[in-house]
Design a protein around this ligand. Structure first.
Ligand SMILES: [Zn+2]
Ligand SMILES: [Zn+2]
Length: 281
């Protein structure tokens, strides 16, 4: 069984996120260790780090991932690339301190530029980050994206090529986002589609490198490039691949993180639905 969880707010302190996850019965969770819309994160105090580690140890949460800042663009021009490398390194160091398992990262965007050049920059920046964080060992999970605006990472194959240029460095993995893969055009809504996706992940990346899943339904249609998160079963995808994923032993011990809206049925309702679907495939 995969580890079922959600993206959890760290309002009031990072250890509060663990308490919230615990009260939802999460087995895994994702947090922002800092404001994702600002470049500079605060340094963590020893007390904050201790409180988080203690709360985690005594909770039922078995795996925590962090989502890196949205501002980071390792594939961007010179103006943004240096800041992005620094911000990602700081994030990895924070995760190391906190005992967080991995950092989920948007691969970045070519904006108006040439995607091939942008991919080269992404690889170079990743190499730099990995070289300069050698001692901390926190893996980077590249997230699959829905597309639009020169976004990189719209297919499993593209991210596999990036990892390949880094000689299959062991600290690189994938965060497969079902909502984004659907928006990017992959048929993940059907039983066959889900199986084809897992075969493709196995062939191009290796399932042991798929270290996190993001799940939400999508209000946008398949291939629209749209990424509008919806409650599980309340969008164009339906419940099929989500039920299959949370029942899939090939992803035992892999965090499956809800990124559904917080309104309406909220995390509680989506988790209850997934628990019902679990084991029915
Ligand atoms: Zn993301
Ligand atoms: Zn999204």
């Amino acid at each position: 069984m995969s580890l079922l969880g959600a993206h959890i707010s760290a309002a009031g302190g990072l250890h509060k996120a663990i308490e919230r996850a615990e009260s939802l019965g999460c087995e895994a969770m994702q947090v922002f260790t800092r404001n994702p819309l600002q470049w500079h994160g605060r340094n963590l105090s020893d007390a904050e780090t201790e409180a988080f580690r203690r709360a985690l140890l005594s909770s039922g949460v078995k795996s925590v991932v962090s989502h890196a800042s949205y501002l980071i663009n390792l594939a961007g021009g010179d103006d943004v690339r240096g800041k992005s490398v620094s911000a990602l390194k700081a994030e990895m160091e924070r995760c190391y301190q906190l005992g967080i398992d991995a950092v989920v990262l948007h691969p970045g965007s070519a904006k108006e530029g040439d995607p091939a050049v942008a991919r080269g920059r992404l690889s170079d920046s990743l190499r730099r980050v990995l070289d300069e964080t050698d001692s901390c060992g926190v893996p980077i999970l590249l997230e699959t994206m829905a597309g639009g605006g020169g976004t990189l990472g719209v297919s499993v194959e593209e991210l596999a090529r990036v990892i390949e240029t880094l000689e299959w460095e062991t600290r690189l993995g994938l965060c497969a986002d079902l909502c984004h893969l659907f928006g990017a055009g992959l048929d993940v809504a059907t039983e066959c589609g889900y199986e084809r996706l897992v075969s493709s992940l196995s062939k191009h990346i290796g399932l042991d490198r798929v270290c996190c899943w993001h799940i939400s339904d999508n209000k946008g249609t398949r291939g629209s490039g749209i990424d509008r998160h919806a409650h599980i079963g309340a969008g164009e995808i339906g419940t099929t691949p989500f039920g299959m994923l949370v029942s899939d032993d090939r992803f035992a011990d892999t965090p499956v993180i809800l990124e559904t809206p917080k309104d309406g049925i909220g995390d509680e309702g989506n988790l209850a639905l997934l628990r019902k679907l679990r084991g029915s495939w």
